[in-house]
Write a protein that binds this ligand. Sequence first.
Ligand code: PLP
Length: 390
Amino acid sequence: MPTYLDHAATTPIRPEVLIAFTTALSSVGNPSSVHKFGQEVRNHLEAARESLARSTGANRSEIIFTSGGTESDNLAIKGLYWQRSWADAERKVIITAATEHHGVLDPIYWLADNQGAEVEIVPVDSRGVFDLGWLETYLAENAHRVALISLMWINNETGVIAEMQTITALAKKYEIPVHSDAVAAFGHIPIDFASSGLAALSISAHKIGGPVGTGALIVGRSVKLTSLVHGGGQERGMRSGTMDAAGAQAFALAAELALRELPGEAARISALSEVLVGQILRIAPDAVLSRGDANGLAATVHFTFPGCSADSMIFLLDAAGVSVSAGSACTAGVNRPSHVLLAMGRTEDEATGALRITLGYTSTRADVDRFLEAFPSVHSAAKKAGLPSK
Ligand SMILES: Cc1ncc(COP(=O)(O)O)c(C=O)c1O
């Protein structure tokens, strides 16, 4: 069996979740129908909403089921921008960071290209940490022009953790809504929407052992969003379309299991991560841990290896039965230097040598050992091959 160390790309569906999901898929009934079949499915859907609300510290009415993180990000960003800029034509500015996932960056730049939005970028340091002093100064002078802030909770490539409470406290002074992409955070750290100060928060099922194609946007009760999709008015009118009750049940169960295991898992994963980091630095002393000494998620081990190409390392590791990635899952099979690393001030050559090893609930010491067995020869072969010619 090949060793899977790419949990940040997607996590294997949990066996209990698979059973619950396939069982739910065989139930017939549209949750909006008034007959028994419909009402039974509706009851299951609402129980899943209640459960996911408990897992996220939200109110049940704040859970809007979607098709995943990308849709949730789009709904939050476009929905908030339209509400705010239509209510006040001066509010055109969206504040974000260049290290965000494309699920956040692309809708923002789409709004800039097509809807008159202005983008302001929070600088990050070489570890990927947001410069909140910049944010404070910017808001003090320009808050009246800001439509929203969107900053991720944990970076999916480097694992760096943001000071979300400080961000929302700064925005609160000016009543600016903050959205956070918590796709890489939920299930790994406790999330309490009620005390987070956020207006909206994106999560996705397949990152925590649920099925691909299910997610949620948590939207504060007093927050108004313009919907992307118009139709039957489901999900508080924010996301029309027949609700995916089976996906919602699977997502809620995956969240419940991940959170129940979290205290024990955090310690177990931390220990595995420590071995990985220590041994990688022994094998390749010139390797650079991307988030440096910043507060980060142990499950995400992200290094750059000077003079090596990620493509060579990934290919050779794959041949040795170990699956890792360069950063976020590549587009159309082509790895490009990560925009996250470039935003952190790394050169293209440095970013070319990035490897992300991500642990999850199935990861064992044997997986780590298998990686560490294969890595010395992979690293020296990649070093010998050098960087691809431009
Ligand atoms: C931080 C982050 N945001 C958004 C997404 C997109 O989520 P989904 O695959 O559910 O659309 C991902 C997935 O890679 C992610 O890591």
